[in-house]
Each structure stands twice: as C-alpha cells, then as structure tokens.
Write a protein that binds this ligand. Sequence first.
Ligand SMILES: [Zn+2]
Length: 412
Amino acid sequence: MNCKSIFSLFIALVSSAFVISQDANTKVIFVIADGISADVIEKLETPNLDLIAGKEGYTRAYVGGEKGGYSESPTISAVGYNSLLTGTWANKHNVWGNEIKDPNYNYWTIFRYVNEYRPELTTAIFSTWLDNRTKLVGENLINNGTFKLDYHFDGFEKDVVNFPHDDDSLYIHKIDEHVVSEASKVIKESAPDLTWVYLQYTDDMGHRYGDSERFYDAVKIMDDQMGRLWDAVQYRTKKYNENWQVWITTDHGRTEKDGKGHGGQSDRERSAWMLTNEKKLNGHFKEGLPGIVDIIPTILTTFNINPKKEQAWELDGIPLTHEASLANARAIVRGSELKLTWNSLQSNDEISIWIATTNNFADGGTDNYKLMTKVDASLEKAVIDISEMPSEFYKVVLSGKYNAINTWANKK
Ligand SMILES: [Zn+2]
C-alpha cells in the first residue's frame, strides 16, 4: 500500500467514525401544544419559541388532509396527533375522533419505526393523556409489534388524589407543569433519543374561553414551559456535545367565530404551525406550506431510517430537511385518463409514475405497482392512459431522486 492509499484509508476511517459519532449523538424531541391556531401564536409574544426557532425555523403549516378530498381528516386532537405520529392522514391511520376506536397499526408510528429499524435507540413519552401511549403509539400491543418505551410519564388525568379535577381545568395546567418538569429532568439525566412531549392546557382554555386573555395566558405559559425544556436541551448540547433536533407544533387551529371549537375544515381550524431549531431546512419548509404529516418523514431522515419501499410509498409527508424531489401530488380520473399534478422541488429530476389498483397495504398485504412512465419532474403534470387498467380506485406513487409521494384517485 503506498502513501496515498494509506492516507485515503485514514480519511475513510476518520470520516466513517465521524458519521457514526454524529449519529449516536443525534436526539429528537417533538412537542404538541394542543389547539393553537397560527394567527394566535403569531400575534402573542413568545420569547422562548422565538429563541428556539431563530430567524428561519418557524412556518405556518396545515392539518386536516386534502380539504374535500379523499384524505380529508377532522381537525380533532387525536386525529391530528396520529397524523403526526404516522406521517399519514386519517384515511390511512383510521383514527377519526378522540375515542381512538380502531387505529390501523399497519401505518407505523415513529416509535415503531425506531423500535424496528433502530432498536438501540431509547424512546420516551411525557403526556397528560394516557391514550397517547397505550392507544396511538400502541405500546405492548401484539398487533403493533409488541414494543415498549424506555421512559413514560403520563396518565395523570386519572390521578384525582394529586390532581383533583376542578371546573376551570387548573388541574390540567398542574399536570402540564409536572410533565414538563419530568421531561426536562429525564432529558438532562438520560437524554432519550426520541421524545414526545404532549401539553393540553391551551386547548382546555380555548374551549372554555375562546379568543380571550385566558387563552392567551395559557399560550404564554406554554412558551415558558418550552423555555424550560430548551434549557434542558441546551444543557445536554453543551455538556455532552449532543445534536438535538426540536420540533414544536399543534394538532389543529380553532373556529373562526370565537375560537372555542374545532373539528371542521375552515381555514382557521386547518391553520397550524411548526417551529424547529434545525438549520438545514429545505424549500418545502421555507417556501411551501408543510403539513403535520411532514414531521415524521423528517425524523426518519434524521435517524437514518430508510423504511422499506412499500412503507415509504404510503407516507403522506416528505422530509423538511435535506434534498427533496417533489410534493403535493393530486390525481383525478377522467374517462380512461388519469390526470396528475405535483410540485417539483428540483431543477433536474426525472420522476417515475407507478399505479396500483389495490389497497392491500391497509390490511397488512402488498400492492403490485405498475411503472406507467417516466417524465421530466419540472413539467409538474402528466396524463396517464389507464384504459388497460380499469378500476374504481387508483393508488398513485410519484418517485423522484430524493423522495416519493403518493395520492389516491377514485372513479367518480
Ligand atoms: Zn387538540
């Protein structure tokens, strides 16, 4: 081996060690602050959120799937949480209300992805609400991979001794405080690799008082809580040289009239927001309108998890960091033609268009996709002849260099 080869080998070893150590030090925390529309978060002073987001880390976002389309999802809490957790809308994850009657665990949550692909990573939930762990994440369920979280701190809404219920939901505020204190402590001491913090008080005050000082005070309390969480993250970053990616978002907006309700498809109910300390944000975050379903594809990328093709092709969101090829696919059937549109995020990209006429994935099976054609991504539209594939239902995947997106079309 000559000097040059030894040098190359040395560089290769150093860089692979660098990649591994970077990876081992990467931690992700995501927070849902319940039921705060974008106009409210923008008009109030939120110094801690501003500090975390820096100059470019805040964007408006949307919830509720495709309004009037096949993926339209109620702007209801558990529906929104599960859209975040699975990176899919309700037509797939099948949570349509807070009763969480029958989640479809074939659409994995981020916790299951981590458990299956990176079992060495540690996971944590800090939450007012027990169902977040037991039903949505579906801990320890046989039909959901039977995995456990490393840390959990939740269920206090059932503890009426320490948190006696009162008409003004002060007990929910106290639980949120308890949850944030414990999350900060565990982050400082143990630094789980993936953490979900869920806070409820803002939604309770919204329901009770609507657009009012009481609701705004709850948002300011949440901001203060995020400051304490951020202190814990800063402590780990400085002391242990860890790389923390923080996401803070909401699960739905509120009604136009008085801000008391939610669940429908008005602009304000669909108006969400997200913020992050991550600096490597792509055009979809900076110039587009991200959806709540984009956070999980981003975290998968952060953890170097590449789901198998069948799973990746079901994700309704795309990563908000790194390069991305395309977003926002739409398809309609007109006679024997399928008309497709999308947004291209690259100047030179070719996309492959795949179609299946089954949805076996929803039942744990696989779908046979047929490659229909390849086109220049920058065209942002295509017309596909489907006369050889008569069907009432089409599942369409557009696959670019960096990511794939999917959409459904029903024959009307
Ligand atoms: Zn909610």
